[in-house]
Design a protein around this ligand. Structure first.
Ligand SMILES: C[S@@+](CC[C@H](N)C(=O)[O-])C[C@H]1O[C@@H](n2cnc3c(N)ncnc32)[C@H](O)[C@@H]1O
Length: 198
């Protein structure tokens, strides 16, 4: 098994075994504030590594055109069932974040515990993709896991690393202090709204 296949199989098994400690079972409390001052529905929103996608459902309910991608089939099957039960539609794609090409960029990307699931050696490539996938003047909302420890997942995504990955030449940063959100795992996420320069 190569390392990509192993990585994919490990996440899929977590869903099959119900070992999904990161999953709130509900949308993140950050979602409502994330949407303040944002493009309104039917703007296009991407949720990369959406997992079981509680935020996909909330955004679809609000009338956004939502695309959720993840490579774990069990997570996506649960999300599709929930969408169908609620009479909602979203585009749900089984894809790898590091090879997918959306064709058209998005107004908003909601990044929640996706980068912290990737090996740090992949972060630069992923951040470049987020830039490509965001329309000029579009937004990335990021909930970035703060573990303050070695190893992962979840990997610690430090502020200094975020400044390198999302440089001021490419992104407009919010004013400090940056809000934080507590995570069901007992950890904390920093919440940043980054706007792509036009
Ligand atoms: C910590 S979970 C977070 C899921 C979701 N964002 C949430 O908050 O519930 C990380 C997710 O990333 C997905 N994932 C990890 N690496 C991926 C990759 N290269 N391509 C697509 N999905 C990936 C896993 O399948 C898993 O659903």
């Amino acid at each position: 098994m190569d390392s990509d296949t192993h990585h994919r199989a490990r996440w899929e098994k977590r869903y099959q075994d119900g070992k999904t400690g990161w999953d709130r079972g509900a949308p993140s409390p950050a979602l409502t504030s994330a949407l303040l001052g944002m493009p309104r529905p039917p703007a296009r929103v991407l949720i990369p590594a959406c997992g079981q996608g509680h935020e996909v459902i909330s955004l679809a309910e609000l009338g956004y055109h939502v695309t959720g991608i993840d490579f774990a089939p069990s997570a996506l099957a649960a999300l599709k069932r929930a969408l169908s039960l609620n009479g909602l539609y979203a585009e749900i794609l089984q894809q790898d974040l590091l090879s997918w090409d959306p064709g058209e960029p998005f107004d908003i990307i909601y990044e929640q515990t996706a980068i912290c699931a990737l090996e740090p050696t992949l972060w630069e490539s992923y951040a470049e993709r987020l830039h490509l996938w965001t329309k000029p003047s579009g937004f990335v909302f990021g909930l970035f896991m703060q573990t303050h420890r070695e190893g992962g997942p979840p990997w610690h995504v430090s502020m200094s690393r975020l400044e390198e990955l999302f440089p001021l030449q490419k992104w407009r940063w919010p004013e400090k202090p940056f809000p934080t959100v507590s995570h069901p795992s007992g950890l904390e996420e920093v919440f940043l709204t980054l706007q792509r320069h036009s």
